[in-house]
Write a protein that binds this ligand. Structure first.
Ligand SMILES: Cc1cc2nc3c(=O)[nH]c(=O)nc-3n(C[C@H](O)[C@H](O)[C@H](O)COP(=O)(O)OP(=O)(O)OC[C@H]3O[C@@H](n4cnc5c(N)ncnc54)[C@H](O)[C@@H]3O)c2cc1C
Length: 433
């Protein structure tokens, strides 16, 4: 028996992925070309990508802690215009680092004066006598030693980031975290020790968070798209670059442009573009969302755990945003990409997480009343010289054939949802001048 021939259609733009990037692009493009036919394909059964929310037993959890920092007021206003009547809170961030049993304000480098005296002096002396080196630093790890010295690096920056990235920091590019790394020079560190200097914040001094969770932003992005323009459960299986056609299990779609937010190496594979998959390494993040019977610590939104004896690198409190009466946590664990997380391993690790939460005195006789977990893979990509070069080459080669790779994983980068919206706004302006 011969296979049925899939139906053939056409669209001005086929968008691959209904996360923030794909949906953002669909909105921006249709604003410029209101009658355009934009079809968004999503392989999962629902839209949202990593910006999804779970409601369970009265708890509201995101796929991972998603708190929002908008640098460009116009972007936030554009989103909020699509969320009439919905509460969005602006919260003054309180982020702490659990270090040797005490809590230090984040970022570590500008709060070393909160350390025990001997460790404070060690960090200060090492900062003053930090190595200068010849030429520019060759890796993220070397950049940290040269900017902040061995004390600050070895006590927090290296152990914390190696837990998160699940890789040696000497294998990452100097600019692996871009603007998300809270840079500080020696005068910033010392100025912050002045009495009354207050807490010196990193890139995210305040954050916003919508009632209903991160998916509220996805609902906002779906609001103005015409019926039928987002097709869930329909993966793009391959792209025929010569015929300008995307093939799914249901149909062949002829396009003028493709805009894809699928991970770049996956896009290159389905488009049949030769590439080097070995340069695209990443970590995965296992997220446990945990609901307890009563309130826990107050006045903290998230906490970093550099100590390798704790299973997690970060814990966040949803209940301290809207001041709800039961502790609602997300707990994040970094692991190398592809680490097998069979159900028995997930259960065993949850038991370890609960023991570590008790040891860190985050729980004290609390009862776990609801739980959920999700694996984000890829979560943080490893930005290296080789990945930067191959990403630039592949994106240019694909763009020359009308396929534009965007978003956190399409750009193989470190970014926020605001960056996704800024990037797709610019692409829409280029494709629909
Ligand atoms: C642990 C963690 C914490 C974060 N915290 C924050 C935060 O606090 N604030 C913030 O602003 N940002 C945060 N981010 C970043 C934010 O999640 C991303 O910037 C954003 O969700 C990326 O959206 P995207 O659309 O580019 O990609 P994705 O959300 O990955 O969406 C891509 C979509 O494409 C679909 N897809 C893939 N392949 C195919 C195919 N072949 N066919 C059809 N569909 C396909 C996928 O199913 C997915 O739905 C965080 C990220 C992580 C990992």
């Amino acid at each position: 028996m011969t296979e049925p021939v899939p139906a053939s259609e056409s669209a001005d733009v086929v968008v691959i992925g209904a996360g923030v990037s794909g949906l953002g692009f669909a909105n921006w493009y249709r604003e410029r070309r209101p009658g355009a036919r934009v079809l968004v394909l999503e392989s999962e059964s629902e839209p949202g990508g990593y910006c999804r929310t779970i409601e369970q037993d009265g708890f509201v959890w995101d796929y991972s802690g998603h708190f929002f920092h908008f640098k460009e007021p116009a972007i936030e206003a554009w989103l909020r215009a699509r969320m009439p009547g919905q509460e969005v809170r602006t919260v003054l961030r309180r982020a702490l680092i659990r270090y040797a049993g005490r809590d230090i304000d984040f970022p570590f480098q500008t709060h070393i004066h909160q350390l025990p005296l001997d460790e404070f002096l060690e960090c200060l002396v090492e900062l003053y006598f930090r190595p200068t080196g010849d030429g520019p630093p060759r890796s993220f790890g070397e950049m940290l030693y040269r900017r902040l010295g061995r004390g600050i690096t070895d006590k927090f920056l290296r152990p914390y980031n190696e837990k998160l990235y699940a890789i040696d920091l000497d294998d990452l590019d100097v600019d692996a975290m871009g603007r998300f790394f809270p840079h500080a020079d020696i005068s910033d560190v010392i100025a912050n020790m002045r009495p009354g200097a207050g807490r010196r914040e990193g890139y995210n001094a305040t954050f916003t968070y919508p009632a209903g969770g991160a998916v509220s932003y996805i609902r906002a992005l779906l609001r103005d798209l015409p019926e039928g323009s987002v097709s869930c459960g329909e993966p793009a299986l391959s792209i025929d670059l010569d015929a300008r056609c995307v093939i799914t299990p249901r149909r062949r779609i002829h396009y003028e442009h493709v805009v894809s937010s699928a991970p770049l190496p996956a896009l290159a594979r389905i488009a049949g573009v030769p590439h080097d998959p070995s340069v695209f390494t990443s970590n995965q993040v296992l997220v446990y969302n945990l609901g307890f019977d009563r309130k826990g610590p107050r006045g903290v939104h998230w906490m970093y755990f550099p100590d390798r004896s704790s299973s997690f690198y970060r814990v966040g409190w949803y209940d301290n945003i809207f001041d709800t009466d039961r502790m609602s946590l997300y707990v994040e664990i970094g692991a190398p990409h592809g680490t097998s997380l069979a159900p028995a391993a997930v259960d065993a690790l949850r038991a370890r997480v609960l023991a570590d939460l008790a040891r860190e005195q985050i729980t004290a006789g609390h009862h776990l009343v609801a739980h959920h977990h999700v694996v984000l893979d890829p979560a943080y990509v490893h930005i290296t010289r080789a990945s930067l070069a191959e990403t630039a080459r592949l994106r240019a080669a694909l763009a020359a054939r009308g396929v534009h790779s965007v978003g956190r994983y399409g750009g193989w980068t470190y970014c926020s949802i605001e960056d996704n919206l800024v990037e797709t706004r610019a692409l829409a302006a280029t494709l629909a001048p």
